[in-house]
Design a protein around this ligand. Structure first.
Ligand code: PLP
Length: 439
């Protein structure tokens, strides 16, 4: 049987726009993964978004699973947010003085997230983890932190580390410009490995905190093994270290109360971002009262921000959380994501392409590997060339995925059955293209 020949969508305007960007910005982008280096080719340049779709500057429409890398759980330009923002803009965009909007969102966060009694708003996930670590070090009087290889916590110096040799290792900088002295205090362990965490906590040199994504979302989507988070909770308590959940991605996404609600494990400190800002630059960190009262001006631990608690971000966040409290939202997100992940898995089998498709509620990933994926070492076994082929085959059919094997696909409330069906239809063909190349 022959397939209808599909003409490649025209991308002349995207090409022109991107050619204008590269002379004035590194890689033509403001965050590296957007530049398509992992999949080859050039990025589409976006003109607008609506619901679960984006439109590029050539007028091509795509079903979008980038979701702005996590914030857009309600899809693009949801009416509740645009209305709230339009009203707020007319009242002024920043004051540097307290507003009621800050308290309103803080109250919603405290009510939603089990570990958070008191919260501080910041502007990015990076700021959030950096500040939580400072607080953990101040509160414990210890310097070392434990991080899982492959978990991403933003680009603060102490977190830009890579593993040396050995199972439990001192980190070395993963970027030029980060002094060894900074990463010497960061210990690396594999995700989902209780023994490695225990060994790191028992090493000489006391550990202030273990920081991790409770569902790893920056090396694809990797759920925690049964009992892993509980074991970390016990180990941290035993060794007087704090447990920090970086829920910048999972907060208000895998459940309203985040992964800590979903898995029933309460950390000492929690980092939030992405969904809580409704698509505006916004993040937060929070935790137990006795810890958070050590933050300036209640306590001595300094942390500040000119635009922190920005009124536009506050109303966008509030409108988002209000929508997410509607009954059935998370059930429906989980259902659609499961249909997508299972459908992708089935399509891969049909095409004879080795793949492991994972999902934790509205986070989805398709790993191009035949083995189980439990940590970073497993994830990097993936055939990234196969992913690149798949990515471009999907893009040509009007589905835009995050342009790397190691990013999570985000399902929003706007991805309905029809959109999932259309995605799977495209995926069947894309897997066949991958299979043809592998032969
Ligand atoms: C995105 C992300 C960050 C960094 O947030 P930015 O707002 O990009 O600084 C930190 N941690 C996790 C888990 C993330 O997914």
């Amino acid at each position: 049987m022959t397939e209808a020949i599909q003409t490649k969508p025209k991308r002349a305007n995207s090409q022109r726009a991107f050619a204008g960007a590269t002379p004035v910005m590194p890689g033509g982008v403001n965050s590296p993964v957007r530049a398509y280096q992992a999949v080859g080719g050039e990025p589409i340049v976006i003109a607008s978004g609506s619901g679960c779709c984006v439109t590029d500057v050539d007028g091509n429409e795509y079903i979008d699973y980038v979701g702005a890398y996590g914030p857009l759980i309600l899809g693009h330009a949801p009416q509740a947010i645009t209305v709230a923002l339009t009203k707020a803009i007319a009242r002024g965009t920043a004051f540097g003085m307290p507003t009621e909007a800050e308290t309103a969102l803080a109250r919603l966060i405290v009510d939603a997230v089990p570990s958070i009694d008191v919260v501080r708003m910041v502007n990015s996930g990076t700021e959030s983890t950096m500040s939580a670590i400072r607080l953990a070090r101040a509160a414990t009087g210890r310097a070392n932190i434990i991080k899982c290889t492959g978990c991403y916590h933003g680009h603060a110096d102490s977190l830009l580390v890579q593993a040396g040799s050995g199972a439990t290792t001192l980190g070395t900088p993963s970027s030029p410009g980060v002094p060894d002295a900074v990463t010497q205090h960061t210990l690396l362990v594999p995700f989902n490995d209780v023994d490695a965490a225990q060994a790191a906590l028992e090493q000489p040199g006391d550990v202030a905190a273990m920081l991790l994504e409770p569902v790893a979302g920056n090396m694809g989507t990797i759920p925690p093994n049964e009992g892993y988070l509980d074991a970390l909770r016990d180990l941290c308590d035993k060794h007087g270290a704090l447990l920090i959940f970086d829920e910048v991605m999972t907060g208000f996404r895998v459940a309203y109360g985040g992964a800590q609600e979903l898995f029933g494990v309460t950390p000492d400190l929690t980092c939030l971002g992405k969904v809580m800002g409704g698509g505006l630059p916004c993040a937060a960190y929070g935790g137990r009262e006795d810890l958070m009262r050590q933050i300036s001006p209640d306590g001595p631990v300094y942390q500040a921000g000119t635009l922190s608690g920005n009124p536009l971000a506050m109303v966008a966040g509030r409108a988002t959380l209000d929508a997410l409290r509607e009954p059935g939202v998370y059930t429906s997100l989980a259902q659609h994501s499961k249909t997508l992940a299972q459908g992708l898995g089935a399509a891969a089998v049909q095409a004879g392409v080795p793949a492991r498709c994972t999902t934790v509620n509205s986070m989805v990933c398709c790993f191009f590997t035949s083995g189980p994926v439990q940590n970073y070492n497993d994830a990097i076994q993936c055939d990234t060339n196969a992913f690149a082929t798949f990515f471009h085959a999907m893009l040509d059919q009007g589905v835009v995925l995050p342009p790397s094997q190691f990013e999570t696909w985000f399902v929003s409330t706007e991805h309905d059955n029809l959109m999932i069906e259309r995605t799977l239809h495209a995926a069947k063909k894309a897997f066949r293209t991958v299979a043809q190349k592998q032969r």
